[in-house]
Design a protein around this ligand. Structure first.
Ligand SMILES: O=C(O)Cc1cc(O)ccc1O
Ligand SMILES: [Fe+2]
Length: 439
């Protein structure tokens, strides 16, 4: 059986627990989860009890995150970590390239060399903040063609939002198995170990690494009690454990660098768990898209799936925003995204199809970066078409795009600026916007 077939078989008919932020619990072996206490004198079945904290012990209850794991071996039983090659994975602060105010757009990354797994295929585009301060974010692309064999990854620097664009992934995590396909996203909390196995021969996608406060569902304000991403559509795994004895490399991203230690067993050996510091998958097609039913184009904050707050209310370290299929009915309205300059910085990617502000050039697997205050919006062809279109109700259902929007400018890596994929003539899409003014 090939590795893809093995991964597909393992990814079949997975059970889940539904609900974002819930106190979930799961046991792969009946009786493995202690009842009524977290840390009994002897944990059931000879397991070790261990807490993993995603928030300070003392954070308000509404933000407090931790899980209790009942595992074959405690995580503490490991040898020394030593530095290993970061490859094309980089971290903030990005000081090597000069901050560039230009609008930037990239073609999709080329297929990676044979033998590239998710971790070795991570390629950093840029970011902001500082993982040692637990602020900001980084944007990475991934390409892979082999499973992470005998190795697992954990990121002490932040949580990872994985947005597949081509091919699905099986994620084997400490909490159990998740399957994520293009059109769905996976959220892996800070510090949780996982292994990635491609469900197709060649996979690729995007990763938002959130150094800051964890993603949460946005408040709904006047929208009411329901809408946008509904909490119950976020699916956590059920417990599943590996008993493999033998060398497993654990790669830990810590303060910007990769560190490696070889354990004599798999650390994905959690037999039962409970808590709220958990991985999830979410199907973007479940997003309840709300919009204007009168006039004008609402700001895209209305499409926020998840928001990672910063210390300033309303200013997100990063928002994850989706442009999902929807109806446009606005009367006397320029319906595609408007021309604008935004104090927030916008990285956009395309999962499939086309995006309604760009007639061409913004392609699946590619990305665009419209940094703090850079002028952008519909390209020339889109402007001409939309300003004369007949305003009948229109279904926009030929694409799925997303945005990582952050309060700080995204500084790009040198490799992103020197990349063959960088489109040199992007400014031209706004050339030829004719003067129509008549006094
Ligand atoms: O630039 C973009 O395409 C993203 C975007 C979409 C939108 O509908 C309104 C504003 C905005 O920045
Ligand atoms: Fe924008």
């Amino acid at each position: 059986m090939s590795s893809v077939e093995r991964a597909r078989k393992a990814a079949q008919e997975l059970d889940h627990l539904s609900g974002f932020g819930n106190e979930h619990s799961s046991e792969a072996v009946p009786g493995a989860l202690p009842l009524g206490r977290n840390s009994p004198q002897r944990a059931p079945l000879g397991l070790y009890a261990e807490q993993v904290s995603g928030s300070a012990f003392t954070e308000p209850r509404a933000h407090n995150r931790r899980s209790w794991l009942y595992r074959v071996r405690p995580s503490a039983a490991h040898p020394r970590f030593v530095r290993t090659d970061n490859g094309a994975l980089a971290s903030a602060p990005f000081t090597d390239a000069v901050p560039d105010p230009n609008r930037l757009r990239w073609n999709p990354p080329p297929a990676p060399p044979p033998g590239t797994d998710f971790l070795s295929g991570l390629w950093t585009l840029g970011g902001n903040g500082d993982p040692t301060q637990r602020t900001g974010m980084a944007i990475h692309l991934y390409t892979a063609n082999v499973p992470m064999a005998d190795r697992v990854f954990s990121d002490a620097d932040g949580e990872l939002l994985i947005v597949p664009q081509q091919g699905g992934l099986l994620l084997r995590t400490e909490f159990g198995l998740l399957r994520v396909e293009p059109g769905s996203v996976a959220l892996l909390p800070r510090g949780v170990r996982f292994r990635v196995e491609p469900l197709e021969a060649d996979v690729r996608g995007y990763v938002c690494e959130n150094y800051g406060r964890p993603f949460q569902l946005p408040d709904l304000g006047p929208i009411g009690a329901n809408g946008l991403a509904n909490a119950r559509d976020f699916l956590a795994p059920v417990a599943a454990y590996e008993e493999a004895e033998g060398p497993v490399e654990v790669v830990n991203k810590y303060c910007g660098n990769l560190w490696s230690a070889t354990y004599d067993h798999s650390p994905l050996d959690v037999v039962a768990w409970h808590g709220n510091h958990l991985p999830y998958v979410y199907d973007l097609h479940r997003f309840n898209v709300l919009g204007s039913i009168s006039y004008d184009h609402p700001d895209p904050s209305l499409f926020t799936v998840l928001t990672a707050p910063s210390d300033t209310p309303g200013l997100a370290g990063v928002d994850f925003v989706v442009f999902a299929p929807r109806w446009l009915v606005g009367e006397d309205t320029f319906r595609p995204p408007y021309f604008h300059r935004n104090v927030m910085s916008e990285y956009m990617g395309l999962i499939e199809g086309a995006y309604d502000a760009k007639a061409e050039g913004f392609v699946p697997g590619g990305g665009s970066l419209h940094n703090m205050m850079s002028a952008h919006g519909p390209d020339r062809d889109t402007f001409e078409r939309a300003s004369t279109a007949e305003l009948v109700p229109q279904k926009v259902d030929d694409g799925l795009a997303f945005m990582f929007e952050t309060r700080w400018p995204v500084l790009t890596s040198t490799q992103a600026m020197n990349s063959e994929c960088l489109q040199r003539g992007y400014d031209e899409v706004w050339q030829g916007l004719e003067r129509h003014f008549r006094s």
